[in-house]
Design a protein around this ligand. Structure first.
Ligand SMILES: CC(C)(COP(=O)(O)OP(=O)(O)OC[C@H]1O[C@@H](n2cnc3c(N)ncnc32)[C@H](O)[C@@H]1OP(=O)(O)O)[C@@H](O)C(=O)NCCC(=O)NCCS
Length: 210
């Protein structure tokens, strides 16, 4: 199978998505270490390269186990930027990551993180639209968790057609021991989106993840 017809390689008008690979680590780390991409969850910022390497490792495991994981999102064409120096992004730049990771609870966790220089011109929506189409073709429910204080992310989830299935906050410290190594967000107001109705058991499991 070539890159052009393999379902894991996705192309949009402005973007190319490919499975996240070890060669991407430095570029991904620059985005995950940028405080601006963690405004709503500062404790999640990557402070070591090992954290980003883990993001890539987990993605490779998810691709191998379930046919989908995380994608590196790269520009197909130069992005002119603003009048400010350094805001232009050349073709080929890795601008972010989209995720459709399979979780232990049996649902996919959909998400994205883009470099601030690319925000506000519909690129997250563009990437998420194609990634969601592929994720929905797989057997597992597609779900997304977002903090209520992150309206841009909520808006992207709404625009790509996911439905809000829960809004609330839980008791702190209820995150299961096998949950991903992220800050405990259970006590913050959060929204959960999904592409289909979830069983009460699955919804409860996702709420517990924070
Ligand atoms: C969330 C994120 C991916 C959005 O990227 P983006 O490329 O700017 O997104 P888009 O341009 O495709 O769409 C953003 C939408 O949010 C809207 N938006 C942006 N800021 C907003 C705000 N403060 N309040 C309400 N809506 C807002 C935009 O108007 C746009 O909606 P529209 O197209 O209907 O006008 C980007 O901000 C990011 O990477 N943030 C840091 C990481 C993150 O929060 N990831 C999600 C974790 S759940």
């Amino acid at each position: 199978m070539t890159e052009t017809d393999a379902p894991e390689y996705l192309t949009t008008a402005r973007l190319r998505l490919a499975p996240l690979a070890p060669a991407d680590v430095a570029e991904v780390h620059a985005i995950y270490a940028d405080p601006a991409t963690w405004l709503h969850l500062p404790a999640g910022r990557h402070t070591t390269l090992a954290q980003t390497e883990r993001v890539v490792d987990e993605s490779e495991q998810s691709w191998a186990a379930s046919g989908l994981g995380r994608w590196a999102i790269r520009l197909r064409h130069d992005l002119p930027g603003t009048d400010l120096p350094g805001t232009a992004l050349p073709a080929g730049t890795l601008i972010g990551v989209a995720s459709a990771m399979l979780m232990d609870c049996g649902a996919r966790n959909f998400g994205y993180r883009l470099t601030p220089a690319s925000w506000g011109i519909g690129l997250a929506t563009e990437a998420a639209t194609v990634a969601l189409a592929v994720a929905q073709a797989s057997a597992y429910p597609v779900t997304a968790r977002v903090l209520a204080a992150n309206p841009a992310s909520v808006r992207v989830l709404e625009r790509i057609g996911l439905t809000r299935v829960w809004r609330g906050r839980g008791a702190p410290g209820t995150t299961p021991a096998d949950a991903p190594a992220l800050p405990d967000t259970t006590a913050l107001e959060r929204l959960i989106f999904a592409d289909r109705p979830l069983t009460p058991e699955l919804l409860a499991a996702i709420i517990r993840l924070g």
